[in-house]
Design a protein around this ligand. Structure first.
Ligand SMILES: Nc1ncnc2c1ncn2[C@@H]1O[C@H](COP(=O)(O)OP(=O)(O)OP(=O)(O)O)[C@@H](O)[C@H]1O
Length: 584
């Protein structure tokens, strides 16, 4: 396809306001793209490379202004282009405002000729544009920026103003003609007469609109259905919504409960025998027989920044696998550190070894998308977790208990809110963020933020409660008071509303013990009665009626937020207010 035709069609799409009409235009465009359908399906979304491919053009706006200026003539400078951009506000319009053609230079020859653009368009094709942009992306090392500018100059130099408009936008990732992913999906289905849900599935597993368009055209439905996950090519991560335990249990008979790790999402791709493969990654040849690649939640490659994850894979895994998980920063004792610490490591390109000495990381996996040649997206969560456990368990140790499997996130299936509460408490006590609730039968939906994965909703509100009791801890916490009894005011009386044991670090427990010990009124075994003196601010998920506490109400999932040193028991919440906050 001529690039002028593409630019023309892009102009028509941009001028169209109605979504359905836009789909019709894109459908026609794909149907007319012939051998270039792969490129056109990407260009129309403003992409040069497939979504899974983290290759970038690596060319900044300044270099683009420079290329435009050179193609526009000897009197134009990059500064002039920038000034015009400040006036007009959009790089496409700026590029279209110059007359190109006829400038001689290295770049002009590099892309097959100089000049030739006229108002009706050049002889440039989308394929030539694509190939030149591939060369531009590949330019590395010293002098590469000059080479990039040369190549881009060569393209602009052959452009009519309409072509220049869309070339500039494509290069700077500012296409913005109203074509989203859903539009291209519908257009592929329309152009090649295949059902849109099958196109959607193929897109989910491949993350490559160009390839899916070509397969739909050349191989139809059978071809689409044969598109599989590929180890080494990232998939979009499934995402979570916020939700309560109550909602989860009322919608599903049972919930799968997992710890929510406070790190950064990773997708691990491991192939034990890459040697026979001729892919680019293999030909890079740094890793011997096996190949491990790690991607971020946005499918960006982060392998080199996380050597611990690569080592983990190489030591633990035996079969090809795609695993979904979290990388967590840890201290010298292996205890989790705050999320901010992971960020110091996550996208680091230089001094990785030094950074590793400062902050170590460890992976934890909670899902398995592919194992040993088999795609598992359509399998229920519980089966995927079983496969995950198998993949992470070295074969000679098949008897190890799941709790001992390194890198495996634990999963509990339960319909008991109290058990969920205690899993949440354990997660917080172990330094994690809380819990995730998942539908046990759910399939893996890449890129979706559906109801099947829920992060426990953060507390709606907090209450200031008087601490009227506590318990001595056990084991390493034997010298600390914990499990604090909470009360609210009812006239001159105090009535209990719950106990809080979660959200408190050991350091904080030591501090609270010191504060509360002075107010111990009585002790009975581990149980301690406290004079009303200290007020805690406590978060909670909801308030329900309950026979367990003297107020007749209970805080569900209470969490310690802090001590209200500025408040006396007389300033604590009243039972009246607790009643008014009760869930309907
Ligand atoms: N067991 C787990 N299952 C799924 N995700 C987990 C788990 N443990 C930790 N996570 C992390 O929690 C994230 C979902 O929680 P959350 O929504 O708070 O993440 P976010 O990236 O901060 O925000 P958002 O995804 O809403 O944009 C996942 O993307 C993943 O990184």
């Amino acid at each position: 396809m001529e690039f002028a035709t593409f630019a023309d069609r892009a102009g028509e799409i941009e001028a169209e306001a109605a979504d359905l009409e836009i789909v019709d235009h894109v459908t026609d465009l794909l149907a007319d793209a012939d051998e270039d359908v792969e490129i056109v399906a990407r260009f129309v979304q403003g992409r040069v490379f497939p979504a899974w491919d983290s290759t970038t053009l690596d060319i900044g706006p300044a270099a683009c202004y420079e290329a435009i200026a050179r193609a526009a003539g000897t009197n134009v400078t990059a500064g002039d282009v920038e000034e015009r951009l400040a006036e007009i506000g959009e790089i496409g319009e700026v590029a279209a405002s110059y007359e190109f053609g006829g400038q001689q230079g290295l770049g002009a020859f590099a892309t097959g000729g100089g000049g030739g653009a006229d108002a009706g368009g050049s002889d440039l094709t989308v394929r030539e544009v694509h190939e030149t942009l591939e060369d531009l992306a590949a330019a590395e090392g010293s002098g590469s920026q000059d080479r990039k500018v040369d190549l881009l100059f060569g393209l602009f130099n052959r452009c009519s103003s309409d072509e220049a408009r869309y070339l500039a936008r494509l290069v700077l990732s500012e296409m913005r003609i109203g074509v989203g992913e859903g539009t291209v999906r519908d257009a592929i289905a329309g152009a090649f007469a295949v059902p849109d849900d099958r196109v959607e599935r193929a897109l989910q597993v491949s993350n490559d609109y160009g390839r899916v368009a070509r397969i739909a055209r050349d191989e139809g439905l059978d071809g689409l259905d044969a598109v599989d996950l590929e180890v080494g090519r990232p998939v979009q991560a499934m995402l979570a919504q916020a939700g309560t335990v109550t909602d989860a249990l009322s919608e599903w008979e049972e919930a799968a409960v997992e710890w929510k790790y406070d790190g950064a999402r990773i997708q691990l791709h491991y192939d034990p025998d890459e040697s026979g493969d001729s892919s680019d990654a293999a030909s890079a040849g740094q890793r011997s027989a096996s190949e491990t690649r790690v991607f971020s939640r946005n499918m960006e490659e982060v392998t080199d920044a996380l050597p611990e994850v690569v080592e983990f894979a190489e030591e633990t895994l035996e079969e090809p696998a795609i695993l979904d998980g979290e990388v967590v920063a840890i201290d010298d004792d292996g205890e989790p550190l705050a999320f901010q610490e992971v960020l110091k490591r996550f996208r680091r390109k230089h001094d990785v070894e030094k950074a590793r000495e400062d902050v170590a990381v460890r992976p934890v996996f909670f899902d398995c998308l592919h194992a040993d040649g088999e795609d598992l997206l359509e399998e229920p969560l519980t089966s995927r977790h079983d496969r995950l456990e198998g993949v992470l368990t070295p074969s000679e140790e098949s008897e190890v208990r799941p709790a001992d499997v390194d890198g495996l996130s634990l999963l509990w299936i339960t319909d008991d809110p109290d058990e969920i509460e205690s899993i949440d408490a354990d997660a917080l006590a172990a330094g994690h963020e809380g819990i995730m609730l998942k539908a046990p039968d759910s399939t893996y939906s890449p890129g979706r933020r559906g109801k099947n994965w829920r992060k426990r909703k953060p507390d709606v509100e907090t209450l200031d409660c008087v601490v009227t009791g506590a318990e001595w801890g056990e084991g390493r916490r034997a010298t600390f008071l914990g499990t604090f009894e909470l009360s609210v005011r009812d006239g001159d009386d105090l009535e209990t509303v719950g106990k809080v044991a979660t959200g408190i670090t050991d350091e904080k427990l030591a501090e609270l013990t010191e504060l509360l010990e002075a107010h111990v009124a009585a002790e009975n075994g581990q149980e301690v009665t406290l004079e009303p003196a200290v007020v805690f601010e406590v978060g909670y998920e909801e308030i329900q009626t309950s026979p367990t506490y003297s107020s007749g109400y209970a805080l569900r999932f209470p969490r310690f937020v802090g001590v209200r040193h500025d408040k006396d028991p007389a300033d604590a919440e009243t039972l009246e207010r607790v009643k008014s906050l009760r869930s309907p």
